[in-house]
Structures are given as C-alpha cells and as structure tokens.
Design a protein around this ligand. Sequence first.
Ligand code: FMN
Length: 223
Amino acid sequence: MAIDVDIETIGEDVRMLEGIRTTRAIRRIKPDPVPNELIRKVCEAGTFAPNGGNRQPWFFIAVTEKERRAYIANLYRKTFTRYIATPLKAAEDPAYPDAKRRNMNAAIWLAEHLHEVPVHLFVAGWTRRGAPQTQALFPAIQNILLACRAVGLGASLTTAHVAYGKQIDSYLGLAEDTPTIALIPIGWPIGKYGKPPRRSVDECLFFEEYAGAPLAPRQQAVH
Ligand SMILES: Cc1cc2nc3c(=O)[nH]c(=O)nc-3n(C[C@H](O)[C@H](O)[C@H](O)COP(=O)(O)O)c2cc1C
C-alpha cells in the first residue's frame, strides 16, 4: 500500500536531542513502498555531514526493484548466517540477557526478510591510497539514520554485505575505487522508535582525565 506523505513538512518538527536519543535500530519493516522523494530527503540530510576538506566523498544508491533486492538479500544472508552462529549458540543458555536476545532476534528477522524491505540504501565512497574511506562516510550514515527517525521511516545500520562487497558493488555499477561500506535497509516500521538500552553517560564521561575503574583488556582500544 502506498503511503501518502507531505515531503516538505514530514519530520521537520522532531526535536533534535529527543530524535537522537530515540534513534534505535528498527529492523522490522513493512513491505509497503517508500516514495523516492522521501529517500531523497533522508539522503539530503546525509550530505550535510562533516567531511574532510569538504570532499563530500559519498554516493547513495537506493535499490528498490524486487529482483535486485532479492539478489542483495541472498548475499547478505550468506554472511549473516556465519556471523550469527556464535550468538545463536550462546543464546541457548536461558541466562542469555533479554536485551541481547531481542537484538539478535531482530537481526535474524531482518536477514530473513531483507528481500521484502522496500529500500536497500547503500552508502559508497571514494578510496584514498587504496583504502575505503569508511570513517569519512559514517557521519553521513548517522545523519541518514537520524533523518529516517525524523520522518518516521525505520532504518538500521548494516555492513554484513561487505563480505560480498566486490560482487555487490559491480552489481550496483560501482567501480573498484568507490566501494559500498554500509547497507541501510529502510521502510515503514512495524515497531516504534524509542530509547535503546545504553549504560549511563556518567559511566563513560570524565573531565580532564580518565578516573574510572582500571580498564579490562577488552575495553582498551584495539585498532
Ligand atoms: C559498524 C556497524 C555495523 C553493523 N552491521 C550490522 C549488520 O550487518 N547487521 C545487523 O543486523 N546489525 C548490524 N549492526 C548493529 C545494528 O545496526 C545496531 O547498531 C545495533 O544492533 C544496536 O541497536 P540499538 O541502537 O537499537 O541498540 C552494525 C552496527 C555497527 C555500528
């Protein structure tokens, strides 16, 4: 069912900080189509992201045709099945935390229904000295997620397709020096936006210098 929206006004009244706090990952999405003009609007928010030297290294490719979405969903699932195997095993333990279980189940739902999600929005960008400029694109990606929240579209950040990135990039008509780094599945949400579970800012904010508990190895930056 096509949903009628006023592109000019939709999402313009959402208060910014409230929007930021309530932009959780929405993975359960209805199959109803999304107007191209609304996709344009959320991508336009992406173009206002900070970026080095104002090079604006991004391309947004919205895949909406059914057969093309099926092709992408099949490749996504191949990686996702491997990725989810460990959490699935861990979740056999009844003591597995509820929040993690909900998150895992939503991720599984998305993988199983990705072909039905009406818009597969890919974010691609230039490489620099042969390396994808991943860090240059994430501010734009977050802007798009926030804009989706504002206009009431469900969206989430995924990267699992990257394992088949070359194949997908060529399918999308992209050259090797403009790889996709994220796939944002977008559509009208089945659930509602709301605050995601997070630890309090007071556990991670310090003034002048770190003054928390000694850092366990896994909390130290390993890049
Ligand atoms: C870099 C990055 C890549 C991600 N890739 C995937 C992915 O491929 N598939 C997926 O289901 N979730 C992926 N996620 C996780 C979700 O997008 C989401 O951020 C996470 O589940 C937290 O959801 P919440 O904000 O509702 O708590 C990724 C997150 C990040 C930051």
